[in-house]
Design a protein around this ligand. Structure first.
Ligand code: DC
Length: 647
């Protein structure tokens, strides 16, 4: 899928069961593989990153077998990987590549580790330097300091002190700690410089303890593995929900009213990212927490305020603070986030670029970002929010749908940690309602839709006008109506402002011009071109704004707003429609004859229902209303009755 269009939201509330934590899942899989005995892992995250780890373990000869939904049995190899030679591809999974590098460097075999292009730009030199101190033979087969890597058998001189830098990524220390019990000799790891993202080390130590290895700590910079440390399976392991994934829903609850509850993490969690809830509370949200759940609600005033925050301990969840900041009063400054630059993408640069598309003023430094929300409402980027193959970009920008319809490009990247994110998001989000009204030519759908919108105080979309505008603008630009790419480009660039009773194109009033006979015929031609329909799709969706939208046109219920709450298909006998059209023309002072009108409508109905692109068909779940014997008032009243039924 190239993009997903999120509808604008009125509010958000409900309960979300979180997927398993990525950090815990990949650590548990590796520890279970290294342990003595079998481990049954339940509630494992099923995602790209865990698939990378499972596949790597299988390639290394470890017995991994599925046990039904999110459960796996891992046959522990007691510290010795069965395969002495293997080529591993680890995608963009840092939580797989880093610890496997450490484990395999001590394993005495021949291994290669590669990933996607971005993985080859993510540093690993600090870990390799540490492992080389133990005698490991690791070569860079690409660029010095980065994967891909080749590992050869080597004599490991275990014991003593190993130094590792902690200020680029805490995963280097995690990798080393997890691998060292394989040597069986007492070894001390000394962290050089600042240790960032410390809560992730807590996860590592807690899980190693569950597998029988107690690391002895001396302050925050020295960690000792006692002699004879060896992993033993605890038998059964439950994976906690993902605390970073919780952040999107907690922010959604805080901004969208709530209460919104996430289940799977709470105050008993071993994940540092649960502290994201404190940051939200600092911004003014109301937070409640139980042992296994967290709930967020808006404040009394409904508005959050900007904060300045050191995000060293919550680097991943901090991205959600950056998009939450768009809705806060005053600027928000997130500091101590240099690690963002070496994640799935350069997250500081990516975040700044995309926030600016929404009208925010953003200042970025090597290790901080400062976000000032726009004075007026957020802008709607028609080219969409880019996600840089970074799952967290896609997920944290989803919050923007609280302000506007939003297109997110390449949404499939969420599969890295949260494959069904958008489905779960939709389940707790209340979208701005839409009434879609469709029907054949001269069924009165335009008039009815406009009246219903006025009665409800909602917005109105005359989708046909957009095709007419595309035809008119193409004609003026000298683009032939048969030139699909040309007309689509014109349609994408239309400069239109819809007023109460006016349509201005590039500043000129064109409501009359687009009703001209010839332009009508052009509209019907360009509306049959798929690229033109695609170019106008998001533009139509942007009309959906609180408190609601009434949209008329042939694909409103099926393509443009398939989630419309109320769908109506208006029809009338062809004779009645011909009479109505005749009356309209006469009233406009245009001479007309009923028979040719009748003939014309019959032909149009035939063409419209036969055409391959957006044919005229009654949407399956649409209410059918035959208006042959109804006046306009009765028709409007009936549509209002249907709409109230679902609101
Ligand atoms: O509803 P109208 O007559 O203003 O529509 C102008 C043209 O655009 C007409 O040929 C039907 C077409 N159209 C379409 O294909 N899809 C829509 N959603 C609306 C109109």
């Amino acid at each position: 899928m190239d993009f997903i269009d999120l509808p604008p939201l009125l509010s958000a509330r409900g309960t979300v069961r979180l997927p398993g934590s990525k950090s815990i899942s990949n650590r548990v899989l590796l520890l279970a593989a290294l342990a003595a005995g079998e481990t049954e892992v339940r509630d494992l995250l099923e995602s790209d990153d865990t698939a990378c780890m499972l596949e790597a373990l299988a390639t290394l000869g470890v017995g991994v077998s599925p046990l039904g939904e999110n459960a796996w049995r891992i046959a522990g190899a007691s510290g010795v990987m069965p395969a002495r030679q293997a080529d591993l591809f680890l995608g963009n999974a840092g939580t797989a590549l880093r610890p496997l590098t450490a484990v395999l460097a001590l394993a005495g075999g021949n291994y290669s580790l590669t990933g996607v292009a971005r993985m080859h730009e993510r540093p690993i030199g600090d870990l390799v330097d540490a492992l080389r101190q133990l005698g490991a033979a690791i070569e860079y087969t690409g660029q010095e300091g980065f994967p891909p890597l080749a590992i050869r058998p080597a004599k490991i001189r275990a014991g003593g002190v190993v130094k590792v830098r902690g200020d680029v990524s805490s995963q280097f220390l995690t990798a080393l700690l997890m691998a060292l019990p394989l040597t069986g000799v007492e070894t001390t790891v000394e962290v050089v410089g600042e240790l960032i993202s410390r809560p992730y080390i807590e996860i590592t130590l807690a899980l190693m303890a569950r597998f029988g290895v107690q690391v002895v700590r001396d302050g925050t910079q020295r960690f000792t593995l006692p002699a004879g440390s060896a992993y033993r399976s605890p038998g059964l392991m439950h994976v906690e929900g993902d605390a970073s994934s919780a952040s999107y829903f907690l922010a959604l609850g805080a901004l969208g009213g709530g209460p919104l509850r996430v289940e799977g993490v709470g105050c008993d969690s071993i994940q540092g990212d649960v502290r994201f809830a404190d940051a939200l509370a600092l911004m003014g949200a109301q937070i409640r927490m139980g042992s296994n759940w967290i709930e967020a609600c808006a404040t009394q005033s409904g508005k959050l305020h900007g904060i300045t925050m050191d995000c060293n301990t919550i680097p991943d969840a901090a991205m959600t603070l950056a998009t939450t900041a768009l809705f806060a009063e005053g600027p928000t400054t997130l500091t101590h986030i240099a690690s963002w630059r070496v994640k799935e993408t350069d997250r500081i640069a990516a975040m700044a670029t995309e926030l600016r598309k929404l009208g925010a003023i953003v200042e970025e430094g090597s290790d901080y970002i400062r976000i000032t929300p726009p004075h007026a409402s957020l802008l709607t980027p028609h080219s969409g929010i880019d996600t840089y193959d970074d799952h967290r970009m896609a997920m944290c920008f989803s919050l923007v749908s609280l302000a506007t319809a939003l297109r997110i490009n390449d949404p499939g990247c969420v599969a890295k940690t949260f494959p069904d994110f958008f489905e779960r998001f939709a389940m707790v989000a209340q979208a701005v309602p839409v009434i879609a009204i469709d029907g054949p030519s001269a069924s009165g759908k335009g008039t009815v839709a406009a009246r219903v919108a006025a009665a409800l105080g909602w917005h109105y979309l005359d989708s046909g006008a957009l095709y007419r505008l595309a035809a008119l603008a193409s004609r003026r630009a000298g683009v032939a109506w048969t030139d699909e790419a040309g007309v689509a480009a014109v349609a994408a660039g239309l400069d239109v402002v819809f007023g109460e009773n006016s349509i201005r194109m590039s500043g000129e009033e064109v409501s009359e011009a687009i009703r001209d006979e010839e332009i009508s015929s052009g509209a019907s031609q360009v509306a049959a071109l798929p690229a033109v329909r695609a170019a106008l799709l998001f533009r139509q969706r942007v009309f959906r704004q609180a408190p609601g939208l009434v949209a008329d046109g042939r694909d409103m219920a099926s393509v443009v707003f398939p989630d419309a709450q109320t769908k109506v298909f208006l029809t009338a006998s062809v004779e009645v429609r011909a009479k109505r059209r005749h009356k309209q023309l006469i009233e406009k002072g245009i001479a007309a004859n009923i028979l040719p009108l009748l003939q014309d409508l019959r032909e149009r109905d035939e063409r419209d229902s036969q055409r391959s692109v957006a044919p005229l068909v009654q949407s399956k779940n649409a209410e059918l209303l035959d208006t042959s014997d109804l006046g306009i008032e009765q028709t409007v009243a009936q549509v209002l009755v249907w709409s109230r039924k679902v609101l």
